[in-house]
Design a protein around this ligand. Structure first.
Ligand code: PRX
Length: 675
């Protein structure tokens, strides 16, 4: 539901966008610097020049089916070839119809007959300093064992498996084991609460949950198994029959007889032989829940063949992955970035993917740079929030560390402000590493707008140009392209292989959310990304941020209504409206305006209690930075909360735009007075 957007002009949207990101957008609008690919970089690069990129782009535009079919045949293993490349019944798409393949085979088995058999597939560094390296042969063995354990626990092709894990190799092993036997996984980020985990397990009707006793994060143990117990208590997720528990932190936990099983016990007798199940190209590979504009997160469905191809190609070309590279993406496997660019994309390419368990922590804020130095990391991929946090930490953490192995840097998750981009380039990249700013989403499966490092001159703050095969545009609500440098809605014109297929169990929601905001034009359906953008005179895209009720806190996507539902579930709260305000490190922070039930008194203690309540309901990532109590919320005469006004108030800005539809002007005056 787009409370603020429907029926409004693009000018208004730009005001909205600007007010959401005031400290950074103005500098982005003025940004003019251009950085050429470094000399010598193109010599070994997969895509060597801007001309080559343009030629691929035009080729894909002229014949998308031929373009993707050729790559699918060259780059992947198929048990059986497809009979039809594309079946597009808007908004539902199928790619490589009739093809049979297995992504776990493409990520593992096919490398075993090559020299890569004994190459490091995963390098893992635990937060306390323990580490493990798994070669392709070793990873294959463990995946097969876990797949056999899944079967032993009654999981069959098509059954869903919940994965609620710390960042340890078994998280990737569990995903690949699911893919191997055709059981779609749903990975739930380990920072989500028991309540959020339960909702996802229920929606996906998961049969098995894979978890760990705990995981390390910021010098503390995250008690994952305790959360699983809470989620499953009182038959919370009745579909779950078994829980497989990996021992990581070895603290005391409760094991429920008959339901809970230690992985190491079952692994001891599990066969390392488990042939990969031939899957239909369009068989579901995973469901990943993401926040939208309504209270309930939606299950984004990705399928097998197109997703495999697109994550493979984007990693290969945009990160120019080479056999000698140690590649490190700092995301968590609980997000799409972890799925596509820690596990599937890198392993399908036979690359070495580094996994790190924790986060910069009080006892060693520079720990990430120790990891870069220890393993000679060549490609480093992180989020602008992390970069801004590094800037804040100070450069002294870097002085004693040798970062000269780095050759390429990436960023994702939120718009990067040019200041952070330049710092990343100068201080981390030593002015020699290209930066690939990748714009994409859970729904797109892989990079959509991104530089190719040896081809695309970069501009700080711009995700530059579309990947070959992606026809991106900036349009108004009628679907008309807007002029250069005018703000509008970012859309994609032609289906691409890793496009989400549907919302799990709710195809209507899929249609409504992504395909009905912009009117189809000349029979062409446009994918509506939910982001505002502009395109400059060189065709470069500048993504400005969300234009819907989704906010982006530290690169994490949260629905305002999701947080509002959590707040009103507290007995003291009558009504809540959540907006974001700009934050120098996190990009945006959550501000909640709350009215209380009659008998309740506003107090700092209650503010803390409500913040904690949101943590309980969703997880620490959604904790409001600020709660403001108010007697009433500003509403239109038809009862809609005017979030635009709240956003201005939260950001400490003057109220701009029309306020004539406000039902009671005194509400605004009181709020201004600093309720
Ligand atoms: O608003 C855009 C922002 O993150 C949203 C997608 O969030 P999620 O599905 O959680 O996936 C994050 C990782 C792919 C987008 O709608 N976003 C992502 N990358 C960028 C970005 N905004 C600007 N620049 C980016 N590079």
């Amino acid at each position: 539901m787009f409370l603020d957007v429907s029926g409004l002009t693009i000018v208004y949207v730009l005001i909205e966008i600007q007010s959401m990101k005031r400290p950074t957008i103005e500098s982005i609008l003025k940004e003019k610097r251009l950085f050429q690919p470094p000399a010598g970089f193109s010599e070994n690069a997969h895509i060597k020049s801007l001309e080559q990129y343009k030629q691929l782009y035009e080729q894909a535009k002229a014949d998308p089916q031929g373009f993707w079919a050729d790559l699918a045949a060259q780059e992947l293993h198929w048990f059986e070839k497809w009979t039809q490349v594309l079946d597009w019944q808007p908004p539902f798409v199928k790619w490589f119809v009739g093809g049979k393949m297995n992504i776990s085979y493409n990520c593992l088995d096919r490398h075993l007959t090559t020299w890569r058999r004994n190459k490091a597939a995963l390098i893992w560094e635990g937060e306390p300093g323990d580490s493990r390296t798994l070669t392709y042969a070793q990873l294959h063995r463990e995946v097969c064992q876990m797949a056999n354990v899944f079967k032993q626990l009654g999981v069959q092709k098509g059954d869903r498996v919940g994965i609620y894990m710390p960042m340890i190799p078994e998280a990737a092993i569990a995903m690949l084991a699911c893919a191997r036997i055709g059981a779609p996984h749903t990975v739930v980020f380990g920072g989500f609460s028991a309540e959020a985990l339960k909702d996802r397990l229920v929606d996906a009707e998961a049969k098995l949950v894979v978890t760990a006793d705990g995981g390390w994060r910021k010098d503390a143990i995250v008690p994952l198994k305790v959360q699983v117990d809470k989620a499953l208590a009182n038959d919370g997720a009745p579909s779950v029959e078994n829980v497989l528990v990996v021992k990581r932190t070895a603290q005391e936990i409760k094991m429920e007889p008959g339901r809970d099983h230690w992985w190491h016990d079952l692994q001891a007798t599990a066969s390392p032989d488990c042939p990969a199940e031939p899957m239909d190209s369009e068989d579901m590979l995973f469901i990943l829940y993401t926040s939208g504009t309504t209270g309930k997160p939606k299950g984004v469905v990705h399928t097998t063949g197109g997703y495999n191809l697109y994550t493979h190609m984007t990693l290969k070309w945009a990160f120019d992955i080479q056999d000698t590279d140690v590649y490190w993406c700092t995301a968590d496997v609980g997000w799409i970035t972890g799925h596509s660019y820690i596990v599937y994309g890198p392993l399908s390419n036979g690359a070495t993917s580094l996994m790190y368990e924790g986060a910069p922590r009080p006892s060693n804020p520079g720990c990430l740079w120790d990891v870069v130095e220890k393993y000679g990391v060549n490609i480093f991929y992180t989020a602008p929030t992390a970069i801004r946090a590094f800037i804040k930490m100070g450069e002294h953490h870097l002085l004693s560390r040798n970062l000269s192995s780095l050759r390429l840097l990436g960023t994702v998750g939120e718009p990067i402000n040019p200041e952070a981009w330049i710092w990343y380039h100068r201080i981390i990249g030593g002015e020699r590493c290209p930066i690939v700013d990748t714009w994409w989403q859970t729904e797109t499966g892989g990079f959509m707008l991104t530089p190719l490092p040896a081809a695309t001159p970069t501009k700080p703050g711009s995700a530059t140009l579309p990947f070959p095969g992606i026809i991106a545009d900036v349009v108004d609500l009628e679907g008309n392209p807007v002029a250069d440098n005018q703000g509008g809605y970012l859309v994609i014109r032609h289906p691409w292989p890793s496009m989400m297929r549907t919302v799990y169990g709710d195809p209507d929601r899929f249609r409504r959310t992504y395909w009905e905001h912009i009117a189809p034009k000349d029979g062409q359906y446009l994918y509506f990304a939910g982001d505002g953008a502009r395109r400059d005179e060189d065709g470069y895209f500048w993504v400005m941020g969300r234009v819907d009720d989704v906010i982006n806190v530290a690169g994490h996507r949260l629905g305002t209504m999701e947080i509002e539902s959590a707040l009103v579930s507290h007995p003291a709260v009558a009504e809540a409206a959540v907006v974001s305000k700009p934050d120098p490190v996190k990009g945006e922070d959550v501000v909640a305006f709350v009215t209380l039930e009659g008998s309740q008194n506003a107090s700092d203690q209650l503010k803390d209690e409500l913040k904690q309540h949101v943590v309980q309901e969703i997880g620490a990532i959604a904790r409001p930075g600020e709660i403001r109590f108010t007697d009433a919320l500003p509403k239109t005469r038809s009862g809609k909360i005017m979030r635009r006004l709240l956003r201005s108030l939260a950001g400490g800005q003057e109220i701009a735009g029309d306020t004539s539809t406000l039902e009671d002007r005194s509400v605004l005056d009181k709020l201004r007075g600093g309720a």
